[in-house]
Design a protein around this ligand. Structure first.
Ligand SMILES: Nc1ncnc2c1ncn2[C@@H]1O[C@H](COP(=O)(O)OP(=O)(O)OP(=O)(O)O)[C@@H](O)[C@H]1O
Ligand SMILES: [Mg+2]
Length: 371
């Protein structure tokens, strides 16, 4: 996918503007605090409809304003598309080729993979960060999975409410219970399949890009135990059985104790869990390999190449490693957006960000903004 043009109004500290991009590598240069990450966040916002650094999307609205909006013109393997995301009075609005669409229809249309320094939370953080991350990545190319996760989260809320209020002895509860098990099992099966393929690509990437003496493995730690060889029906039966077995404890606690909301995803480097044993540099390398593998998964499942966003590229690796990775990226035929405080020796379209203004570089039009 190639983003050819964006236009934005009231986005963080950025001055309202229109920008055109190169189909190759685009670099946003600037000193600290000028708006480089905000510009990358804007591209992510146009792809995912949310921020990559906060759950509170309204934070992206410029201080003192009540709404913001962004427009992107992009091409995928079929042709040119136009997408608009607006945030007003806490509500989001999505337009695609001039037509208003729901978030469910919007998500996954314009694919982007972002690598930001805060991503280390995927390794170091609590399991919910990993579940959100992997579910979001699977959903980029699987809209049925997106729907399952959304439905499951609703069912979980309802089930927990019934358990908490101890009103589980009615027909309604057994209908929800049945759906809870079915949807939960479907999510587990999809996660298992996704990780099976992703883990082998991840391992190859790590060897190729960082250390060919080490084995990197991603393990899906399903709360039901090892489901690798189980069919969807068997997983469903297992979840039903487990749910029955611990039901009395669930009533005591007042919430659900089994299901995909209790799953985790673990990284192992040479057999040791990365969270507790890998060095800072190794964690950054694992994450970079992961992001490259995510790109491959979207290509594999959707036949589209996502755009790649990398924030503060010089902050991750030493100089030699940085340039070998940049050479690797230059050879890949993908559109990339980088931000950096230091000039990089690569062939790219340059943009200079200063106090929210995106200056010269051939791509900057800095005209009216009417997203
Ligand atoms: N909603 C907002 N409205 C106005 N300004 C904001 C908003 N959110 C953040 N900012 C400001 O935007 C500025 C630029 O932030 P950004 O993170 O993009 O900087 P940067 O160029 O990436 O810097 P660094 O090199 O330090 O990472 C910050 O000074 C921040 O205070
Ligand atoms: Mg930054």
């Amino acid at each position: 996918m190639i983003i050819s043009e964006v236009n934005y109004v009231n986005f963080r500290n950025l001055a309202d503007s229109t920008l055109r991009f190169s189909p190759g590598i685009n670099v946003f240069y600037g000193k600290n605090g000028q708006g480089k990450t905000n510009l990358l966040e804007l591209l992510y916002f146009l792809s995912a409809g949310k921020s990559f650094r906060t759950k509170k999307t309204t934070e992206v609205i410029k201080n003192g304003k009540t709404k913001c909006g962004a427009f992107a013109a992009y091409t995928d393997s079929i042709g040119e598309k136009k997408q608009i995301v607006k945030l007003l009075e806490g509500k989001k609005e999505f337009l695609w080729n001039g037509k208003k669409i729901s978030f469910d229809e919007f998500y996954g249309k314009l694919n982007a993979v972002a690598y930001i320094p805060e991503d280390v939370v995927i390794i170091n953080g609590a399991p919910n960060y990993r579940r959100d991350f992997f579910d979001g990545e699977i959903a980029q190319s699987d809209s049925a999975f997106f729907t399952s996760v959304k439905n499951f989260n609703n069912l979980l809320k309802i089930r927990n409410k019934y358990l908490k209020e101890r009103i589980y002895k009615n027909d309604e509860f057994s209908i929800y219970q049945n759906e809870f098990v079915k949807t939960g099992a479907r999510i587990m099966k999809t996660r298992q399949e996704y990780v099976r393929v992703l883990s082998s690509i991840l391992s190859l990437n790590y060897r190729k890009l960082f250390d060919n003496t080490k084995e990197l493995e991603l393990v899906y730690a399903c709360s039901l135990g090892n489901i690798k060889k189980k069919s969807p029906e068997e997983i469903e039966a297992l979840l039903r059985e487990e749910s029955g077995r611990i039901f009395s404890r669930e009533i005591q606690c007042g919430y659900s104790l089994t299901g995909p909301q209790r799953d985790d995803f673990l990284f192992y480097l040479n057999g040791c869990e990365a969270r507790t044993t890998a060095s800072q540099g190794e964690k950054k390398s694992i994450l970079f390999s992961l992001k490259m593998a995510e790109m491959d998964m979207i290509l594999r499942n959707k036949k589209e190449i996502p755009v790649l966003l990398i924030d503060d590229i010089t902050s991750y690796f030493d100089r030699d490693r940085l340039y070998s990775l940049l050479q690797y990226l230059e050879k890949r035929n993908i559109q990339i957006f980088l931000s950096s405080t230091e000039k990089l020796q690569i062939s790219a379209e340059d943009y200079y960000v200063e106090k929210g203004r995106v200056n010269p570089g051939r791509g900057c039009l800095d005209r009216r903004a009417d997203a």
